[in-house]
Design a protein around this ligand. Sequence first.
Ligand SMILES: Cc1ncc(COP(=O)(O)O)c(C=O)c1O
Length: 421
Amino acid sequence: MNKRDFIKKMSLATLATPLFASSILTSCVAEVADVPAKTLASNADFWLKVRSDYVLKPDYINLESGYYNIIPTPTLNSMIEHAKMVNREGSYYMRTVQWDNKKRMVKKMAAIVGCAPKNLIITRNTTESLDLVIKGFPWSRGDEAVFAQQDYGAMKVMFEQVAKRYGIVNKIISVPNHPASDEEIVQLYEQAITPKTKLLMVCHMINITGHILPIKKICQMAHKKGVKVMVDGAHCVGHFEYAIEDLECDYYGSSLHKWLAVPLGTGMLYVKDEHIDTLWPVFAEHSREPGDISRLNHTGTHPVYHDLSIENAIDYYQMLGGARKEARLRYLQEYWSSKVRNHPNIVVNTPKESHRACGIANVGIKNMKPVVLAKRLMDEYQIFTVAIEYANVNGCRISPNVFTTTQELDVFVKSLEEMAA
Ligand SMILES: Cc1ncc(COP(=O)(O)O)c(C=O)c1O
């Protein structure tokens, strides 16, 4: 082996080494191996051990994990090691193993989101992933797009820009906070489709309410009408378990710095085989073989050590267990929301049925503006949330995390009850 190959092998090997020696979880997950996820969800001792993997600011209770997730210390340490390694190797790293390593991250990501590596790229966030599709879609004047008022602002704005630029027409529906059935939602989207509709955008989980939508049924309905479906899964990867291929969508974007707890600036985009060559890349790439998804992935120079941490975040997520994490997040949401749902002055803007939500929910107080509620929560009770006031939603988004305790949620429930009295 020559020196160059040796160093290259070393760079690849170092990255594959788990850096979890510092996590108490490595020993305690073995003890709960046989405990069903649903039972473990309420085991305070276990989740306190998980909490010990986080360094949290003691000044407030953080119920705003929806913007981005604080990453556990083992993943943070891994990222720091990667940054040191890249800084030591400099351009040598970038010119030798950078792309091999990124391919390894793609392979590992594809396995946890349930698709083939050939259909996945690592991006910097959901905005980049979905704008790539909205902006790169082969639009013709008069084409129509369908999406909802409850979709994320940046994507709606990109559709507006595309409408101005290419003369497309946007049809905007409104998703109810408490649907009677999946069919009610499917019909809402269906009614907005015309023979000119080409693309439908839909949130897998609506970010302002935590409402999970029946994506597969929407895709099946849309495909019967020849409409492609782009799913905004910003809040779903690492939050609850599913496989992208089972959803039957055409495009799927997510941010990995949200619930998968990868360091900031990491995202992913899934594109179905037959659409890879039809999108116009946002950043032009040199010509590639037909069907090579890397034609969409010319990110330019960026913090590659964040990409490298994807592997560590996945290892951490798998060590904790996807089913355990999903069950705990849903348990926490139902723990607090069930205590206030029937209060006459409190409005929960998230469906009650377990399969329609997970860790995120939204709550308001009658006759109190969401900004006032958020401010009072912070000033009077030291609880950090975010106020939402648009698209039929008046309340604060509440997004606890695996480090949140039920004692913290008790403080939150008491604060709501006091303010609503
Ligand atoms: C539903 C949804 N889509 C897209 C985004 C954009 O994510 P990012 O800022 O990571 O690109 C967010 C961010 O919160 C979101 O909630």
